[in-house]
Design a protein around this ligand. Structure first.
Ligand code: MYA
Ligand code: JJ1
Length: 388
């Protein structure tokens, strides 16, 4: 069934429930001298290219490939439309490798027709921190699908990760592959219900009118929590402490240091928003919430072309109830003109989703590790990792 994935060091379906298999690396590292020195062969009309994401022009080429060919929902009504600023942020974290930003071009026209990326990350699995690659933005042009290009691209990114002496990876997908460490559900909170209904993102509930629906989703004009404010550079040490302490309770989470927090969580206009609660009395940072901006193209609607979506990222509550903190996040997202606020049922998110009027979506997200076995599948609430 999975001619490619059966050959890879990933948990196989046949091994599910086998308690004799140990947790940890599936195969040991090989000496670097034994890592293949030349790129894998592509079908002859195509050639490898390393994408320089510092270059405005390359960034635009990648942006356009993804805008037209990346992930769609199951009814092909919406397609992710990551912005150039987002791609430049997502692909250039501390210690990134340019060689892990891999493109495929048509030799004749030099047109970019496929893409895959890795970025380095330290991921903690129970009590061990593992150097990994996070693999994302795998995309093959619509006209070149089902030609087995994806396996070659995955093998090539694996080779380039190995050359940096890294032997594990983490990735997510909307499709089931061998084998998920957990499967998460997308939830959606309407901020602009009229537009969501008009574009077919959501439907008018039974016995609901448009005006009752608009009233149902109304939010206050400003956040309720005293001391709620945008995160600033001076907050990096306090946010790092808060986040490290919070994430330590999950089975799988990133191992963020201050450099990582500065990159991934300091607000970046139109890319990532972060807020915290600073105690008006003690000036301690007690709570934190964040979301990233990922619009989707609306395919074939007369009136609208872009759906503005915020995605819940990392949230920590120690004093403000999580429900109140996330309600404030919804309020600021609404003020910033987002149409919908999305979240997965990871970490403690289940505790606020229903009460804050999120509804389950029709999409799921499966999480995977490469060359690292987890003995039993996790519950989504045991996962402390959000990939972009
Ligand atoms: S997930 C987002 C993926 N992108 C999209 O969904 C965008 C729209 N779709 C496309 O562009 C194409 O359909 C893609 C497949 C490129 C997805 N992850 O070339 P093919 C397997 C892994 O004929 P195409 C993200 O970015 C499939 O099961 N494998 O197919 C994370 C089959 O293998 P097998 C996938 O449709 C990516 C083979 O590919 C996926 O033309 C993580 C068919 O190849 C998928 N999403 O192209 C990648 N979809 O026969 C893994 C299909 O065995 C990283 N397939 O079933 C692994 C870690 C690597 C680093 C390791 C370091 C140590
Ligand atoms: O956005 C998604 N679904 C929406 C739109 C569905 C349109 C028809 N298919 C959805 N809307 C209902 C919202 C409603 C609001 C009021 C309350 C009740 C709910 O369900 C889905 C997620 O649910 N998104 C996708 O399918 C996109 C792909 C998801 C897999 C992503 C793979 C990412 C790869 C990562 O590297």
């Amino acid at each position: 069934k999975h001619k490619f994935w059966e050959t890879q060091p990933v948990g196989q379906f046949k091994d599910i429930g086998d308690t004799s298999l140990p947790e940890g690396p599936i195969e040991p590292p090989t000496p670097l001298s034994e890592v293949k020195q030349e790129p894998y062969n592509l079908p002859s009309p195509y050639e490898w290219t390393t994408c320089d994401m510092d270059s405005e022009d390359t960034c635009t080429e990648v942006y356009n490939l993804l805008k037209c060919n990346y992930v769609e929902d199951d009814e092909n009504m919406f397609r992710f439309n990551y912005s150039k600023e987002f791609l430049s942020w997502a692909l250039r974290p501390p210690g990134y490798y340019k060689s892990w930003h891999i493109g495929v071009r048509a030799k004749a026209s030099k047109k970019l027709v496929a893409f895959i990326t890795g970025i380095p990350a330290r991921i903690r699995v129970r009590d061990v921190v593992v150097k990994m690659a996070e693999i994302n933005f795998l995309c093959v042009h619509k006209k070149l699908r089902s030609k087995r290009l994806a396996p070659v691209m995955i093998k090539e990114v694996t080779r380039r990760v190995h050359l940096e002496n890294i032997w594990q990876a983490a990735y997510t997908a909307g499709v089931v592959l061998p084998t998920p460490i957990t499967t998460c559900q997308y939830w959606h909170r309407s901020l602009n219900p009229k537009k969501l209904i008009d574009v077919g993102f959501s439907r008018l509930g039974p016995r609901m009118t448009m005006s009752r629906t608009i009233k149902l989703y109304k939010l206050p004009d400003s956040p309720a929590t005293p001391g709620f404010r945008k995160m600033e550079l001076r907050d990096v040490p306090a946010v790092t402490r808060l986040l490290r302490n919070y994430l330590s309770q999950f089975v799988v989470s990133p191992d963020f240091d201050e450099n990582d927090v500065e990159h991934w969580l300091l607000p970046t206009e139109g890319v990532v928003d972060s807020y915290l609660v600073e105690s008006p009395e003690t000036h301690d940072v007690t709570d934190f919430c964040s979301f990233y901006t990922l619009p989707s193209s609306i395919l074939g609607n007369q009136n609208y072309s872009i759906l503005k979506a915020a995605y819940s990222y990392y949230n920590v509550s120690t004093k403000t109830p999580l429900l109140q903190l996330m309600n404030d996040a919804l309020i600021v997202a609404k003020q910033k003109d987002f149409d919908v606020f999305n979240a997965l049922d990871v970490m403690h998110n289940e505790s606020f989703l229903k009460e804050l009027k999120f509804g389950p979506g029709d999409g799921q997200l499966h999480y995977y590790l490469y060359n690292y076995r987890i003995r039993n599948a996790l519950r989504p609430s045991e996962l402390g990792l959000v990939l972009l």
